[in-house]
Design a protein around this ligand. Structure first.
Ligand code: SRM
Ligand code: SF4
Length: 585
């Protein structure tokens, strides 16, 4: 194949998308954000700024529960902002946790939302409170730079130190890669933190900014990196644009397998969009990994589709030009060749709940947080318990105390000395929080639901708010078939964008319209196989009936140790999806 032409803005063959034009004239992501946020007339911001503010970690949304009523009353939608904090590896200290809790209480909807990428989100922030929220984050050395937008997003790594002897060697790479791929524009510091302009003016007054990786047009689309430490695939490593699998020799990290081109988003009605898992292309050593990530991002910058944003993720660049071309291009940019990948084996994408100990004698407690929403309810007060625990850590100079967010929307209380275990347990039980996840069903333990309504503008059906009641209705069926404690992975999203990674689930539910879902089957337990559409547009009754039949068969026909996702394929209920391009077939 002849070498493709790089698709930089100026030499693009086809028409650049509207977002490309917005980036082009944004003066490195400044746009008219200052003016928009000073405008007292509306809760909204200018149209171009709606795109630009994503690069600063925020989205404009409106409360969809109020949309109709406000339309009828001829009021503008109830505009509010979502902001996503960048937390590489999901790692937060006590002071940071307290600041985030304060933001939730003072400016947002009084909840903290752990995301499926180990970041933290706030919802319901009003326009004039956004800057104050960002400044509060900054006081705890946190930011929302590149948490959204056409750049590299939050870098993931397993948060649970007890799962691997090499965790301490691997974990810092989440932070290092995140920093290495951060945009360099000073726009964020100027606009939100009132820090002086960092740009120099060249002749003619054009601001010249040092943005060596991204340039003026940043990436064609969002970009994601994750690290997993086998045998645990709790970051769903193969759904990322770059998936790094840590390789150990004995108790020493020797490098990473490099996988490229994962991504899950698709659009109903467009079969040229599809989820795709990353292909493993080789191995690099720890001191090579930053350069490898940088050069992969640079190839996507130069060759990604900048015309049709539905086809602009890296996965499509790879499928368009081919893996062999990509490997050759990468090796050329690196100036050396990746080594051959090492064999790896994963056993699960789930979290390991409860207390677990590391070799240094410290304890780590993984708590289930229902769909990542840290809140106080009448039943339990998790938000208060975690804030009090963080305050205790500060008061007692417990400096290595950490709260770590998991990619399954859960939380690890990390680095607890034997003597402090009782403090943690007392606080959690005082606020009625269950320490162990073993009291709930295996299906619930292995469930994820995306944010969806009432805040997500893309939602077609409920997810986070509906999943608990759906599970209430499924659990009697599980009990009847003796499957209550069986680990089965179920995930729900309110639309096909894939934020809750439904197409990787053994039971995947994707919202089609209010109260109706597509049912997908055949994902595996270890995160190495996509599922496939089984039934379309089911209401709750039809869904429960389908699952009743499937679970009934599973209970009698399964082989010893066989996971549900493998069973439905072996039993001929669904065909396995082996490559993303065949997802719709
Ligand atoms: Fe996502 C867009 C929430 C993880 C694929 N995602 C959105 C937006 C911003 C809606 C929008 O565009 O207006 C959602 C905000 C709703 C809200 O009110 O909070 C949203 N995504 C989320 C979170 C919060 C879901 C959650 O329940 O935790 C996750 C935040 C991650 C983070 O901290 O960075 C989240 N999103 C994901 C994942 C899973 C992952 O990365 O592990 C995916 C699938 C993987 C992938 O990227 O392919 C994902 N989100 C998308 C897409 C589809 C992208 C595509 O390639 O087509 C969109 C829509 C878009 O980009 O146009 C989207
Ligand atoms: Fe919103 Fe769809 Fe993502 Fe759910 S999957 S948060 S509904 S964009």
């Amino acid at each position: 194949m002849t070498k493709p032409t790089p698709k930089t803005f100026n030499v693009m063959v086809a028409k650049p998308s509207e977002v490309e034009h917005i980036k082009d004239k944004s003066r490195y992501l400044r746009g008219t954000l200052v003016e928009s946020f000073a405008d007292p007339i509306t809760g909204a911001i200018a149209a171009d700024d709606v795109q630009l503010i994503k690069f600063h970690g925020a989205y404009i949304e409106d409360d969809r529960d109020l949309r109709l009523e406000r339309q009828e009353r001829k009021l503008e939608p109830a505009y509010e902002f979502m902001i996503r904090v960048r937390v590489p590896g999901g790692d937060l200290n006590a002071q940071q946790w307290l600041k985030l809790t304060a933001i939730a209480d003072q400016y947002a909807n009084k909840t903290l939302r752990i995301t499926t990428r180990q970041a933290m989100q706030f919802h319901g922030i009003l326009k004039f409170d956004l800057k104050k929220s960002i400044q509060m984050m900054d006081e705890a050395v946190l930011d929302s730079i590149a948490a959204c937008g056409d750049v590299n997003r939050n870098v993931m790594c397993t948060p649970d130190a007890s799962l691997s002897a090499i965790h301490a060697q691997v974990f810092p790479y989440a932070q290092k890669i995140s920093e290495h791929l951060l945009p360099r524009t000073r726009a964020y510091h100027e606009i939100w933190l009132d820090q002086p302009e960092g740009r120099t003016l060249v002749a003619g007054g054009e601001p010249e900014e040092l943005e060596p990786l991204y340039g003026k047009h940043y990436l064609p689309r969002k970009f994601k990196v994750a690290i997993a430490i086998p045998p645990y695939n709790d970051t769903d490593v193969y759904i990322n644009d770059i998936g790094l699998v840590a390789i150990a020799e004995g108790e020493k990290l020797v490098g990473f397998n490099v996988a490229v081109g994962g991504g899950l988003g698709m659009t109903f009605g467009r079969e040229d969009t599809y989820p795709r898992l990353a292909d493993t292309i080789g191995f690099c050593t720890p001191d090579q990994v930053l350069d490898v990530c940088y050069q992969i991002v640079s190839i996507q910058r130069d060759y990604g589709n900048r015309t049709d944003r539905k086809l602009s993720r890296f996965k499509y660049t790879l499928d368009q030009y081919g893996l062999e071309w990509f490997k050759a291009e990468l090796n050329q940019r690196l100036g050396w060749d990746l080594a051959a990948a090492k064999p790896v084996e994963f056993i699960t994408t789930g979290d390991q709940f409860g207390w677990r100990q590391t070799a240094d004698g410290r304890w780590h407690l993984t708590l289930r947080v229902e769909y990542g929403r840290v809140k106080d309810t009448e039943e339990y007060q998790l938000k208060t318990a975690l804030a009090q625990l963080s305050q205790y850590a500060l008061d007692h100079a417990w400096t290595n105390f950490r709260l770590r967010l998991s990619a399954n929307q859960n939380l690890v209380i990390a680095n607890v000395e034997e003597a402090d275990k009782a403090v943690v347990e007392t606080l959690l039980t005082r606020y009625h929080y269950q320490l162990e996840a073993q009291h709930i069903s295996g299906l619930r333990r292995n469930s994820i639901a995306c944010v969806s309504l009432n805040t997500c503008p893309q939602a077609m059906a409920e997810a986070e708010r509906y999943m608990p009641s759906l599970l209430d209705k499924l659990e009697p069926t599980l009990r009847q078939y003796g499957l209550l404690q069986e680990d089965i992975k179920i995930r729900m999203t309110g639309c096909p964008n894939g934020c809750g990674r439904s197409v990787m689930a053994e039971i995947g539910l994707i919202g089609k319209s209010p109260g109706r879902y597509n049912l997908y089957l055949g994902g595996d337990f270890q995160g190495e196989r996509l599922n496939k559409l089984y039934r379309e547009n089911l209401d709750e009754k039809a869904l429960l009936s389908e699952l009743d039949q499937l679970l009934g068969r599973y209970s009698v026909e399964r082989l010893s140790g066989e996971h549900f996702g493998d069973f439905v394929i072996r039993a001929g209920i669904i065909r396995a999806t082996l490559v993303g391009r065949e997802f719709h077939q």
